[in-house]
Design a protein around this ligand. Structure first.
Ligand SMILES: Nc1ncnc2c1ncn2[C@@H]1O[C@H](COP(=O)(O)OP(=O)(O)O)[C@@H](O)[C@H]1O
Length: 191
């Protein structure tokens, strides 16, 4: 199954993206073991999180419209954001994944989701922090937090991504802000 997915990825994403995906798979597994979450599920979700990353926008839109009654305006103007939802569709329809936890973690990997599961948190964090993302002091610090506190790590990952979007004059999908606020409250609730 794993090799079948990798062979499919070789045909459907760039070599650079494949290396990122394998980095996410590995970091998901390690984070899951550390935080006592099912590592097999985490690795699987990591391996499949970007299946639709290179699908052209019209294909992403067409597939998402088949699955969902409504597509929000931010996704309509930036269909690339739909690659998370469409990757979950490919995992289900091409690779027969029925585990809803895995499918949801794939859907949540770009914007997160308020109330998301710990499995989703892990894929969300690993996508941003796997080793191929670089080794700036900021990323290294964030990696350290990912071992110490899952929700703090989600908050930081959201803020890192939001800062990037602001700096590059990009439209912000509001769900990323809701995810950040949710993570913040989860941290406060723990104390
Ligand atoms: N909250 C958001 N609002 C709008 N665009 C976003 C948001 N988060 C991420 N993006 C954009 O969506 C694209 C995919 O994000 P992501 O899955 O994290 O991609 P990558 O793995 O290429 O970094 C990126 O171009 C990113 O800038």
């Amino acid at each position: 199954m794993r090799q079948e997915i990798i062979d499919w990825l070789k045909e459907n994403v760039s070599e650079h993206r494949l290396q990122h995906i394998l980095g996410v798979e590995k970091m998901c597994e390690q984070l899951a073991i550390h935080h006592k979450i099912d590592p097999k599920k985490a690795a699987k979700a990591g391996l499949m999180h970007d299946l639709a990353k290179f699908f052209p926008p019209p294909k992403l839109l067409a597939m998402a419209k088949k699955e969902y009654n409504e597509i929000d305006t931010v996704c309509l103007s930036n269909p690339h954001l739909l690659h998370a939802d469409v990757s979950a569709m490919v995992a289900r329809d091409t690779f027969g994944v029925t585990d809803e936890d895995i499918l949801q973690a794939i859907r949540d990997h770009t914007l997160g989701n308020p109330e998301m599961s710990d499995l989703s948190c892990i894929v969300f964090i690993a996508d941003a922090l796997e080793p191929n993302r670089g080794n700036t002091p900021e990323l290294e610090k964030m990696r350290q937090i990912s071992w110490e506190n899952l929700y703090k790590s989600v908050q930081q990952t959201c803020e890192y991504s939001l800062q990037y979007l602001i700096k590059h004059n990009k439209t912000i999908h509001p769900r990323a802000i809701l995810t950040r606020n949710w993570a913040l409250h989860k941290i406060r609730a723990k104390h």
